[in-house]
Design a protein around this ligand. Structure first.
Ligand SMILES: *Cc1c(COP(=O)(O)O)cnc(C)c1O
Length: 375
């Protein structure tokens, strides 16, 4: 059996261990310490000096705290992009609120502005103004920021920007992760940089960050004994994990460049293959190309190709199954135009890691060429 080629695997710089060793040497083995502050500062300087970053246990916990900061509670409705990973929607349910799912548009595969406006109007007619909107920059491709935020502003609904897949992406020259009233990042094992597991909340004010850190560290009131007047959470990032993050920040830009070059290579290799189409960057959109996703001509081709790659020990994966199709969310309202379902049927993510070698990429490309040559 040939060695396994992964979809997207961790890629260390080497600098991580210096920060981890320092944490051990100074005994900062806790959910606070110099690496936590250092990683937050690194992220702030990368994103935009005016933002505030709280390093947390995961992207999911960052989304959960966002909804808590916005006062989302039982019986509320929160709008969420349907085509995404379930972690975008689950925190809505943690709060006892109901997700309202919005279909995609074709240019970016992200939240459709038209469906968004239809949904807001319809929910308001039914007596429920949505408490927040969660759009996602899927696979690193920025959503239509201007269109979505214009609608959000018009109806005065805050945006929680799910930037879990899009650190290093930009919209009109501004970094993804800085557009939302609150924004979240993820450093899970398969993301463009990883801390093994981790995430961050990006806020506009220092007070919001302080409130998030307070809630993330068990909501301890200022007293010598343990006193609580809020429900708290154990959501802070540890100083060891943050050390990995500091090492990863040194190579973020090169990871973006490599993932974009993987995408470019696939694009050039299959430009004469009419069965495969790629997602283009619309004007003003700069994608980190976290994952290269392609569309095949049918669901059957997509599945056959996936199995053909699996036989070669190459991992590939269908696009995210829309949330409005998930058994757990079947009773949630959804505003559908058919795009997300079609993308789910026809789409396949190809190996996209920043640590893929030329030999590995050649193996993927020839496996795909062989599949189309014989069928
Ligand atoms: C990975 C991911 C998350 C969750 O982040 P974790 O750090 O794994 O909790 C949320 N939203 C999207 C779109 C993701 O891809």
């Amino acid at each position: 059996m040939k060695p396994k080629i992964w979809l997207s695997s961790p890629h260390m710089s080497g600098a991580e261990q210096t920060y981890i060793k320092e944490a051990f040497d100074t005994n900062w083995v806790a959910p606070l310490g110099p690496n936590v502050n250092g990683f937050e500062n690194d992220l702030q300087s990368y994103l935009n000096e005016d933002c505030h970053v709280a390093a947390l246990a995961s992207g999911t916990s960052a989304l959960h705290l966002s909804l808590i900061l916005l006062g989302v509670s039982s019986g509320d409705e929160v709008i969420c992009q349907s085509k995404t990973f379930s972690a975008s929607a689950n925190p809505i349910a943690y709060q006892g609120a109901t997700p309202v799912f919005i279909d995609s548009e074709r240019d970016t595969w992200n939240m459709c502005p038209e469906q968004l406006e239809i949904a807001i109007k319809d929910r308001m007619t039914k007596g429920k103004k949505p408490k927040a909107i969660i759009p996602v920059h899927l696979y690193g491709m920025p959503y239509k920021v201007e269109e979505i935020h214009k609608i959000a502003k018009e109806y005065n609904i805050p945006v929680v920007e799910d930037s879990a897949e899009s650190l290093g992406s930009q919209y009109k020259g501004q970094n993804c992760g800085t557009f939302g009233d609150l924004s979240i990042l993820s450093f899970n094992g398969n993301k463009i940089i990883t801390t093994s597991g981790g995430g961050a909340l990006v806020t506009k004010t220092k007070e919001q960050k302080q409130k998030a850190v307070f809630l993330a560290t068990q909501a301890r009131d200022n007293a010598p004994h343990y006193q609580h007047s809020h429900i708290g959470y154990n959501y802070r990032m540890s100083n060891i994990v943050a050390g990995i993050g500091r090492g990863q920040m040194t190579i973020l830009d090169s990871h973006v460049a490599k993932r974009r070059s993987n995408h470019e290579l696939y694009l050039n290799s299959f430009k004469d293959n009419n069965n495969i189409t790629f997602l283009q960057e619309p004007e003003g959109h700069f994608s980190n190309r976290w994952l290269t996703a392609v569309l095949l001509d049918s669901k059957e081709t997509r599945e056959d190709l996936r199995l053909a790659l699996e036989k070669e020990n190459i991992e590939s994966r269908p696009l995210w199954k829309p949330m409005h199709q998930q058994p757990i969310f079947k009773d949630s309202p959804s505003y559908i135009n058919g795009v997300a379902d079609e993308l789910f049927d026809r789409g396949l993510c190809l190996p996209s890691g920043s640590n893929l070698t030329n030999e590995e990429l050649d193996r993927v490309i020839s496996a795909i060429n062989t599949y189309f040559a014989v069928c």
